[in-house]
Design a protein around this ligand. Sequence first.
Ligand code: UD1
Ligand code: UDP
Length: 397
Amino acid sequence: MLVFGTRPEAIKMCPVVNELKGRPGDFDVSVCVTGQHREMLDQVLEAFGVVPDHDLSIMKPGQTLFDVTCGVLLGIRAVLEAVRPDVVLVHGDTTTSFAAALAAFYLRIPVGHVEAGLRTRNLYSPWPEEFNRQAVDVLAKWYFAPTDTSRQNLLREGKPAERVYVTGNTGIDALGTTVREGYRHPDLDWAQGSRLVLLTAHRRENWGAPMHGMFRAIRRVMEDRPDTKAIYPVHMNPQVREAAHAELDGFDRLRIVEPLDVLDFHNFMAAAHIVLTDSGGIQEEAPSLGVPVLVLRDTTERPEGVAAGTLKLVGTAEEDVYREFSRLLDSPEAHAAMAHASNPYGDGHASRRIADVLTGGTCAAPAVAPAEGTAGALPGAVAGEAAPSAPEGGVRA
Ligand code: UD1
Ligand code: UDP
């Protein structure tokens, strides 16, 4: 049984669902969505043609972490008891993943963790995701680590090496099916002839003052550069919408639009001059597309993209965002240095490797050349520190 509930989990789990369903002799597949997200989840299910067998439909407007944790934990019990799967697969670091893994553990059902081993080692950044992923890794039986860095993180915590597999990230599997030559969209036509900035933001620890500050910085930078246009598919969270409209309304070179279908979003990303984001998944996708990303966070658990040079961790303070965004727009050299495609997150066959492991086999890790200047395990990153010398865990701005 695969359990997921939010947009990014769905984007990275649907390729696994389809891979497992393609091997009917090996797997009897059941999909349980929690509905932690509703519209943004359904968009993805439709894009990948996945129809859930069970839907807990837990989402409430303005839900708290208590609502989500209790909703999933109590809701999934009957489903797990009825189906009694041999393994439950959860993904990454959401509260759906944590609560579903805990429920499986309470029923003594083994858990496989897809995208295991990412770390910042700061429980409050990202919050609550760093706790969620560490907690899932405490009780998982199989660890599907996207990179060798995440594998090393798990081994350092004493996880048994024979149950940690480097598979690549299943998000890269998804990316292989979405980006198309000759893709067109009215919003991209609007931006034609300008440098396109693509913006997303949603992290809980950025709600309030940090989010207002970063939006103000982006607007100030763009107001002085008339050859830029921005598209911002705004997350449905009311906290995010309030900040976005308060700071960005009335600026006609920045379009706030509804969340884009994943196919559209990936093609917008491929067309962008710069991506500004606090998203996790986008940090994995952009290096494959060679699009420079300024990461609007204080830490990242994705140091591979920082080391590859495509991502720069800029923090959330208004003046830091102002300085780094201006610099990247004004320096063709700085932009060129970041705009080269690299593939630290896999070769697009992560789902196949996961299926192979679950049938009792093993898997050879995807061939990934370490980025220049890095050997073996990378630390996570912290804003303001150079990635390769950062302490173990994430990278900080
Ligand atoms: C959640 C995850 C986060 C992940 C993010 C991806 C947790 C604690 N957070 O954060 O790790 O990075 O998803 O986007 O697991 N809403 C809708 N429709 C939707 C989705 C959200 O209206 O389709 C609104 C609702 O008012 C909902 C609110 O957004 O209550 C917050 O959703 P929630 O899943 O609690 O938090 P996210 O910030 O989306
Ligand atoms: N995404 C999308 N439509 C959008 C914005 C993002 O399909 O309008 C995709 C994006 O390509 C990535 C994922 O959603 O695969 C990231 O989701 P999000 O930023 O919500 O969550 P995170 O990755 O931070 O957990």
